[in-house]
Design a protein around this ligand. Sequence first.
Ligand SMILES: Cc1cc2nc3c(=O)[nH]c(=O)nc-3n(C[C@H](O)[C@H](O)[C@H](O)COP(=O)(O)OP(=O)(O)OC[C@H]3O[C@@H](n4cnc5c(N)ncnc54)[C@H](O)[C@@H]3O)c2cc1C
Ligand code: FES
Ligand code: FES
Length: 1302
Amino acid sequence: MTAFSVRLTGTKYGCGGGGCGACTVMISTYEPTSKKIRHYSANACLLPICSLYGAAVTTVEGVGSTKTRIHPVQERLAKCHGSQCGFCSPGMVMSIYTLLRNNPEPTSEQMIAALAGNLCRCTGYRPILDACKTFCKESVCCQRKANGKCCLDQEGDLIDKEEKISTRLFSTDEFQPLDPTQELIFPPELMRMAENQPKRTLVFCGERMTWISPVSLDELLDLKAAHPKAPLVVGNTSVGPEMKFRGVFHPIVIAPARILDLNVVTHMDDGLTLGAACSLSLVKDILTNAISEFPEEKTKVFCAVLQQLRTLGGEQIRNVASLGGNIISRKSTSDLNPVLAASNCVLNLASKGRKRQIPLSDIFADGVGNNTITSEEILVSVHIPHSRKGEYVSAFRQAPRRENALPITNAGMRVLFEDGTDIIKDLSIFYGGAISTTICAKQTCWTLIGRHWNEQMLDEACRLLLQEIALPGSASGEKVDYKKTLIVSFFYRFFLEVLQSLKKMDPCHYPGVPMEYRSVLQDFQTKMPQSIQIYQANPSQSPQDPVGRPIMHQSGIMHATGEAVYVDDLPSVDGELFLAVVTSSRAHAKIVSIDTSEALQGPGVFDIITAHDVPATNEFYYSDDPEIIFARNKVICVGQIVCAVVADSDVHAKQAAAKVKIEYEVLEPVILTIEEAIKHNSFFEPKRKLEQGNVDQAFETVDNIIEGEIHIGGQEHFYMETQSVLAVPKGEDKEMDVYVSTQHPAIIQEMVAASLGVPANRIMCHVKRVGGAFGGKLLKTGLLASVAAVAANKTSRAVRLILSRGDDMLITGGRHPFIGKYKVGFMNDGRIRAVDTKYYINAGCTPDESILVAEVSLLKMDNAYKIPNLRCWACACKTNLPSNAAFRGFGFPQSALVTETWITGVADKTGLSPEKIREINMYKENAQTHFKQKLDPQNLIRCWNECMEKSAYYSRKTAVIEFNKQNYWKKKGIAIVPMKFPFGLGTRYLSQAAALVHIYTDGSVLLTHGGIEMGQGIHTKMIQVASRELNIPMSRIHFCETSTRTVPNACASVGSAGTDVNGMAVKDACQTLLKRLQPIINKNPKGTWNDWIKEAFEQSVSLSATGYFRGYDENMDWEKGEGQPFTYFLYGAACSEVEINCLTGDHKNLRTDIVMDIGCSINPAVDIGQIEGAFVQGIGLYTMEELKYSPEGVLCTRGPDQYKIPAVCDIPEQFSVSLLSSSQNPYAIYASKGIGEAGLFLGCSVFFALRDAVTSVRNERGLKNTFSLNSPLTAEQIRASCADDFTEMVIGIGERCLSVFG
Ligand SMILES: Cc1cc2nc3c(=O)[nH]c(=O)nc-3n(C[C@H](O)[C@H](O)[C@H](O)COP(=O)(O)OP(=O)(O)OC[C@H]3O[C@@H](n4cnc5c(N)ncnc54)[C@H](O)[C@@H]3O)c2cc1C
Ligand code: FES
Ligand code: FES
């Protein structure tokens, strides 16, 4: 589907495994009997092309394009600022479009459900949802009436003229209406084909595989008898990933989806029979209808199954995945099997000459899910029974993310009581996720038959369950204790649900669940978020001047139409080869031999490239330890590139790469963790230290001292576009064009030139746009570009290297994991007098920018606080993990989290609130930082106060306390966190910038500069700058690409500095041009721009100019520990409120209010987008993104299936961002401030709100009030911190009887 040959490159490839939605397309099918057309979204990356016979596929190109007509979905996504890097946009468009095809006026619930399977790493989803809301039936308001203004109350253009405040980032007046009559029709030829052609068996033979699609059950049974090993493929969501990622190969597959018997939907007296090939979406619809048709008593099983279906996968998965596939795969993570098995569902099986029925539970009877169904047997249909009087059924799941994530543990439970009593007649309990398959708690169920449904039964049940469900050492990589806790917590939840139902049945006999326990019976729901964005507008500004206005991203429409070109969209070059890397499978080992013989014989293989093929530099020394292109004699991490295969296709290259055999001799020591590095004294030098005041003396005089540490996990960049390079040798003078997805073309040029041993002037780097980078496309990209360039040089062919998501995550490293150790001395009134901290960062196997990250973490560690006596140290640990790299925030998100942790520690100890400790210690007047740089914290205080006010902090805190008093298993938490974010790159030369502006004789302007467009809207802003300077409309100015050919030696687009520095250079170039034009303008002031340009050309005035900015005067003397490494400071504050489920550790982000000082925004839509996007990335860092390594140092989390970034369900239900008004900044272009990174740290307000909720649990239960929480604060950790009888039982100390009602 995403193949090259059709040249429809709008559909993007983000993961290949159905987990990100970037490849979403719409499939339409026609059913001749009912004459119904069905439209559904699907992930192209898992759709076998053969399964689409007779179907119409609509890609983003078919929805609309700039050449024909832009579709309202595309228009609104772009104009609502719903695209930043744009890589996810085609997928988003297709999900929304498909929903609208089926339902032109959807509800907001339908809309939000439609996007559950689409990930965006840039926007934080808010603007995408804003676009969605414009299609929804009901108006969705910000619900801020309590605090004053409501978005719906505000009229007109929503500008408050007195306050000069605007809340409008787009105008709905501009939008074309959605007109369903204008949509593409289902192709009549396919309709005719479906109607006229008798259904016949289809056979497709490929290079290695045969696809057989029979039309009758008998034929299917014959085929299965002939090919018992051939899988039946319906949705391919289970077989597909196994073949793609786990090396499973099937020469024959059988596709039974067209067989009527497998698609039946029959309502019987005792239940529903559903064909095994029914999609999960269809099952969902059928059950939803059945629930409305049948009496409640009969639909308990349907409700429980539906409960699981709501969050199973995303819509794209449910639309294709089949009921039979989910059951028969027998994955431990199946959400359906436990509930279906517990509910006594029956499988109708068939094989040649034999039909039989078995209870679904039988397929798990042997405990490993292996037996019962023979390899010739197929599942025809599934019978889901009605529930009976006195029968109760429930299903539960806990996953790393609430939606579109495989469960950690799930359960299906059913109880049947003796007539009119609470005596258990029948009980079944099944769990999933715990071991390798679904498991039944048989013994427990038998033992409990005849018991009353009361607390004694509960107590015994929990103990029996823990005995019976034995989890091996480290079950599926998850902590065993958490799974065990979930096992009993789910049962407890079932217990409560049934108690409550018994009460409903007979309120006189059964008291039900006490009020304060009831809220846990409600699961968290994802609702369409309410949001508001506030910025300062200037109503008196000239309408021509675009600066300060919420202008749409320059490429917004192209993103939404899929026309935006990324590296892998570039047309193939004649003779082009594809490159696949071969990486080390050992963390520290000598390479004994590399055997490439089998790989070289693979089809289409052209060559194998190793370190010996590098003409010049293979190791780059930017410090004492090298960055390495190809490992030469030894490997120093798993994932290090050892060699590469080039072949005529991506598939051939990957197949051959898997055949390269490398023999290793393991070397000692293998150092993976910070603790191991400390033990082996393994560090990159230099270590850094800063000190002010007299720390030791201060510790002598304080009232109290706390000591502690916090562990902060790393973070994967997870840019949606993986690392991509196309190296094209030009054939003469050793010239090479390198098209590359990077933030730093100059370093790519430098590294490629050095590796090839040619001058830099032969290597031209081109970057049109980057599909997200976040710091991850710098040095690492240089190494990958060198790999491709070396291959291109050796083969004299163009070489394309596009990393798969798995390889990208394995090879490139990410944010540095941290350990922060602290000792803090303070007075009883909350004044902190002395702090001594040490940061250890896990740098991985090469230095990259780790020393710089360590330095920045020290320079920014004070966050918003004036600490009179302060000592901090940082060292970069050298380990055998892939080398970690720059990541948005560059050390600040970690070191400031350590700071905020000891702030809350002081609060715990003094009994004061964290916000009081923050206020007491906050910078309040002109001050000096711990490295003697001056700062004026006025705007910090303003942000804090405004955030307090806008969030109505104190009244909401009271409401939180009240809620917590009334709810035992659900608790809320609230936290407000201030931020000072210093802006600067530490030295002048790193912030120099240049621009080149040409004016053509038709008056159009071509602008370029050294900055890279990676979603942050830099080109849009630069066009705004040029438009203001030249006083011409933005439409006359074009930006084509960033290239080393037009702007040499450009600094990297990093550190939030792109707009600041390139803006100055663009301004300079434009002013030079304007100066040249001024005499002509003066002579003809009434003339037009075109008149002046024409005249200038005729007068031989040069219409091309460069602009230059020397950079900021920044410096830092590490010997003295002082300097001016920053030019100015951004400030902000965020208040977040959360609710946790103490039984599962799950949480919901209820509300966030952010106030941010970013000077005068050049483009509020872009800037607010940066704040929100970074904030949501921060939520990911601090609460959910968890990297897992095997004990051998192999990264286990290598795709969206295992590594969860925030999705739509994770953003706060109410989300407000206000830009601080009247803030000026004399140092940057038009008084703006660089905003790319700062918002990320504010995500920690969610971390501390969670901590607040956990604290409230612990206080209520009389647990120690000093406790430590690490980042990410996952559900597992929250559950463990909310210790109770269940957790005690799990760790074996719960001897006393459960006292579940307090
Ligand atoms: C991104 C993603 C997210 C997911 N999230 C979840 C989740 O949250 N919860 C969850 O439970 N699952 C989840 N899944 C798994 C998904 O539900 C199953 O893969 C799916 O239901 C399998 O159906 P299929 O038609 O795609 O199976 P296929 O891949 O087509 O086939 C799967 C297997 O079933 C066998 N089979 C299929 N039909 C029959 C039949 N009629 N008779 C005999 N054998 C048959 C095949 O031989 C094959 O071995 C997810 C999958 C993906 C890719
Ligand atoms: S590329 Fe298909 S879902 Fe990610
Ligand atoms: S805009 Fe969504 S991933 Fe970049």
